[in-house]
Design a protein around this ligand. Sequence first.
Ligand code: AMP
Ligand code: MG
Length: 365
Amino acid sequence: MNYKRFLVAIIILIIIIGGMYFIGDNNQNNVTSIPETTDNIENNNNSEIKKTDGSEFLMNTLVRLRIHDEQPQAILEETFNKLRYLENKLSKTITESDVSNINKNAGNKAVEVSDDTYKLLKEAYQFAEKTNGAFDPTIGPLVSLWGIGTEEQKVPSESEIQSALKKVNYKKLELKDNNKVFLQEKGMSIDLGAIAKGYAADFVLKYFNEKDVESAFINMGGNVSVHRDKIDNTLWSIGIQDPDQTRGNIIAAIDGEDMSVVTSGNYERYFTQDGVRYHHIINPETGYPARKGVISSTVISNNSSYADALSTSFYILGVEKSFEIAKSMEDINIVLVTKNDKVYVSEELKDRIRLTTDKLEIIYR
Ligand code: AMP
Ligand code: MG
């Protein structure tokens, strides 16, 4: 009996010591490498700063965070709270969200939304104007019809596409006073999938600034944002995923601090039928997945929602129009991979981009 008790005590002790080691390791001031970055632990003398990593499935994607701060766990938890708050406002599948509320009342009445939803819709509207409707926050009916990434995905009939197209037009989205929003026709619907993650990243980055967080990294699927530089005072290095997996994992890395690197690609959500790839970025002019020769579109900017909206837009608009828009704006740099193995890069990125493949011809613009 005594021997058994002794054995149990030893096992409990082992578990406690193991747990302490785990907690201790979590709070250590070490910087380990994560896939998108190359970390360097030299020069890292600040013993107050600790690191925490966390992940959660939010906004239709796996959100991964790394926080370096005196109290990283508290920052991490509050960050996820903020993201949950935004998801509850912006999701079109959550029935009580602002977006669902607008959609349910399309053609019927204006509904009042939160400040954040209103601000994001204003921004989305401006991008619709800037891109001449290539980016359209009222894309909902077409996204639902194609159902890419859902069990209902299919190539719709021509007449289905034509009738959905009639319900897509940002000019029929009214943003009235007092946060009131109205879709003019029944059957219209808002879909913020192309900009909401960027908006969420900006929201979180603002919070990191307020809290004076030492250094942080957010990855929301194809949207990566970094707060300040790395803990060892070197630049972050963010990889751009290879749109054609046969080439390897990344095609290039971008160095920088306080930046967002947002990629839209035809490899993210798609299905193939009769040898044709049908992906999730829809051209509102045709009603079909965009086909202007771009297979991956990346925007690098300080502003994550701009980067998000524009990376989707540039995918649709093709190389020429995209560079025209990017050059007309401040702090918008781009990397566009085309299906004929070329990569078009803003010349402002010359010193910050490293191509990691020799299969692509690089052209600076
Ligand atoms: P992203 O991954 O940021 O390029 O956004 C793609 C998502 O945006 C899609 O899954 C749709 O929800 C939505 N979307 C598709 N086409 C458009 C479009 N032309 N304008 C605005 N949003 C779109
Ligand atoms: Mg986008």
